[in-house]
Ligand binder design. Structure first.
Ligand code: SF4
Ligand code: SF4
Length: 496
């Protein structure tokens, strides 16, 4: 199926025409690809003859793709009723025109940008990747953010997820959400939910056009959650916020960062969160960055992670709620558990079930870690990184929204090129048969080894690296406590 698709796009004439669709049409005021897609979908009649001509090629590719992926052209056209699907499909076709049909697939623009709009936060979470608290010194102005949103929309980004710090306390968050929606992108937000326990406040976000909300819960009750968040009453308010958005029919994801602190609560949490009526339960991989570096010894062992993912796979079948994980090892775990009546391709953003084994090939194109392919992140000062979990180091910084050309970064940045190549992964990840559906979490590899291509030590295949790390961490801890004792002794002597 992928082969058929590849043959179409490898045809020099088809390739040339597809690339021509990326030019801007003055008459239709859109890139030809978007215009052609709209004509094909019957949403545009009054277009120029060139765009109409292009729509035949686009229609042919889409039709072939739909049949190959086991869906009908009619079903596909129905899905395309949503603006976001059109943007997503445009990005897929643009990716094919720019990068070809390759493993892993690279779309023409990120599907999602996680935008940390402020470092200010009303909590002090022990695992915060942003070490948030106070507002940062060089945060972008609201005008810059609005301009940045325009640029994202123009380059074909499908969705913006506002995060932080805590995005709900930014004074202009509602304007950003409205602007995102008006620009044709999907507005999402990741929040601790504290402020949104108030029904009136949550309604304001819904009225502004928020389509997707992620609310964090760290445990089944306030004991675990409030001690993680270091704010009393945080759990109760987060649950109220979840209820407000579920009642309003908004797409709700509950997110939990799983560590040794709360792993035992996960089975109970699955039931609890399912009963709340949410759409997705996301098990975040712990990544030792930001405040997380202080609790690095709470990271899950490869065995614990693997068992957790097995539980998630099994529980996915019990009800409507999807259980997702940002651990790319979810895909090989799922592959090892495929049975006659259960086959699923887990990704960071959806767990499609499939009936035809040929569709498993799709997993290799989705390709595990989406850093720099499906996602990128923007910091409060406009710095761009492949994913929010990368530390803020020059070596992995891709550029700055204010000073660099966003599309140029997407096409030409060397860090992105490396993240998009599974053949250059090092150690066991490079030799592993599952590298095309997994490839390890590149942010974990970088945070632990200062190398974006290093093995992810969270995998059972990388047990050796995990043990070496554990030894290193306990030696560092022993050294730190020895050092602290020495300082304490010296201070005591000074005062004697
Ligand atoms: S060795 Fe690497 S690529 Fe293979 S399953 Fe483990 S993390 Fe994934
Ligand atoms: S680096 Fe990749 S696998 Fe890790 S959190 Fe980011 S996108 Fe996910």
């Amino acid at each position: 199926m992928i082969g058929t698709f590849k043959r179409i796009t490898d045809n020099p004439l088809a390739k040339y025409l597809l690339q021509r669709t990326l030019t801007y049409c003055e008459k239709d005021e859109a890139i030809r690809l978007e215009s052609a897609l709209k004509i094909y979908l019957g949403k545009e009649n009054d277009a120029c003859y060139k765009c109409k001509l292009m729509s035949r090629l686009i229609g042919y590719i889409v039709k072939k793709g739909a049949t190959g992926f086991g869906t009908s052209e009619k079903e596909l056209k129905e899905a395309m009723e949503s603006e976001y699907w059109i943007r997503g499909l445009t990005s897929v076709l643009k990716g094919i025109a720019l990068f070809g049909v390759k493993r892993p697939f690279v779309p023409g623009a990120p599907f999602q940008i996680v935008w940390n709009i402020t470092k200010a936060c009303n909590m002090r979470c022990v695992h915060c990747y942003e070490s948030a608290g106070k507002r940062g010194e060089n945060e972008l102005s609201s005008k810059d953010i609005i301009n940045g949103l325009d640029r994202m929309a123009k380059s074909g980004v499908t969705s913006i997820a506002f995060s932080g710090g805590e995005p709900t306390i930014h004074p202009h968050i509602l304007d950003f959400i409205k602007h995102t929606e008006n620009s044709g992108m999907c507005a999402a937000m990741a929040t601790n939910g504290y402020i949104l326990a108030d029904k009136g406040k949550s309604q304001k976000f819904i009225d502004a056009g928020l389509e997707f909300i992620q609310i964090s819960l760290d445990g089944t009750g306030s004991k675990t959650h409030d001690s993680f968040r270091r704010v009393n009453g945080a759990w109760e308010r987060a649950v109220l916020a979840v209820e407000n958005f579920v009642d309003a029919g908004i797409f709700v994801e509950v997110a939990t960062t799983v560590t040794e602190y709360n792993i035992d609560e996960i089975p109970e949490m699955i039931d609890f969160v399912r009963d709340l009526g949410v759409n997705w339960f996301m098990l975040y991989n712990f990544i030792p960055t930001g405040n997380g570096t202080e609790i690095v010894d709470m990271d899950l062992s490869p065995k614990d992670r693997s068992e957790l993912l097995e539980t998630a796979y099994v529980e996915n079948k019990n009800g409507e709620m999807q259980i997702l994980s940002t651990a790319p090892q979810y895909a090989p775990v799922a592959e090892s558990m495929v049975s006659k009546d259960s086959a699923m391709i887990p990704t960071h953003f959806y767990n499609p079930e499939y009936t035809s084994p040929a569709l498993m090939q799709l997993a290799e194109f989705i390709g595990g870690c989406g850093a720099g392919r499906f996602y990128m992140s923007i910091e409060p000062n406009g710095d761009i990184y492949p994913c929010v979990f990368f530390p803020h180091k020059e070596e992995v910084k891709l550029g700055n929204l204010m000073n660099d050309n966003f599309e140029d970064i997407w096409m030409n940045n060397n860090v992105l090129h490396q993240l998009r190549d599974k053949e250059i992964l090092e150690g066991q990840c490079g030799e592993c048969n599952s590298r095309h559906i997994c490839g390890g979490c590149r942010a974990r590899a970088y945070n632990y080894f200062d190398d974006i291509l290093a093995p992810d030590p969270g995998c059972i295949n990388n047990q050796k690296e995990w043990e070496t790390l554990k030894d290193r961490i306990s030696m560092e801890r022993a050294y730190e406590s020895h050092h602290e004792n020495l300082i304490l002794k010296m201070e005591t002597r000074k005062h004697e």
